[in-house]
Design a protein around this ligand. Sequence first.
Ligand code: PRP
Ligand code: URA
Length: 209
Amino acid sequence: MGKLFICDHPLIQHKLTYIRDENTKTKDFRDLVDEVATLMAYEITRDIPLEHVQVKTPVTTADCRIISGRMLGLIPILRAGLGMVDGILKLIPAAKVGHVGLYRDPDTLQPVEYYVKLPTDVLERELIVIDPMLATGGSANMAIEVLKRRGCTQMKLMCLIAAPEGIKAVQQEHPDVDIYVAAVDDYLNDHGYIVPGLGDAGDRLFGTK
Ligand code: PRP
Ligand code: URA
């Protein structure tokens, strides 16, 4: 089963509180999501491999380490996943970005695919699938499936807030995918919204309703 990592750094938890607050307006909401994404990128890259190199400092030769292994790819699930991309790119500027467009049918809560565009070298990259909300898990599962169908093998899932139902769904369908979240909330309401959650992430990010 995929591991669940809860990124409980105080800065992440502090900012998440303001993200949840219904009084937080679009600009601040967007800025806070961006900042939390940067902080979570720090956590999600904790296990990336390093290799030894030597550099000549002005004083002597130093044994140092640099990142090795696969390059990274970010896969935001449209729309709301877009809100976390720039925050991650601040730490990992060489990452390429692919997009998977899904929306959740409001009646059935089933995800509907409408767009996929991936980097040409996606198969050589370790991927981070990004979405602020993991509710039923349908969208995350479909995005991961879209990537696997194209041959991708190495990926992690990064969300701000998850419902227990969504975590369970992804762990069951994709046991090879580790999940990184800032918080696990209580449950889903009758409309498939995470409780207490933050409302509709896409609408709050982009000022739509
Ligand atoms: C939201 C959210 C996730 C999905 C989560 O997107 O950003 O993609 O719902 O729900 P699930 O786990 O039950 O699938 P939405 O469909 O509202 O689209 P949007 O990002 O365009 O607003
Ligand atoms: N999508 C959201 O944006 N919020 C939820 O609570 C559930 C799905």
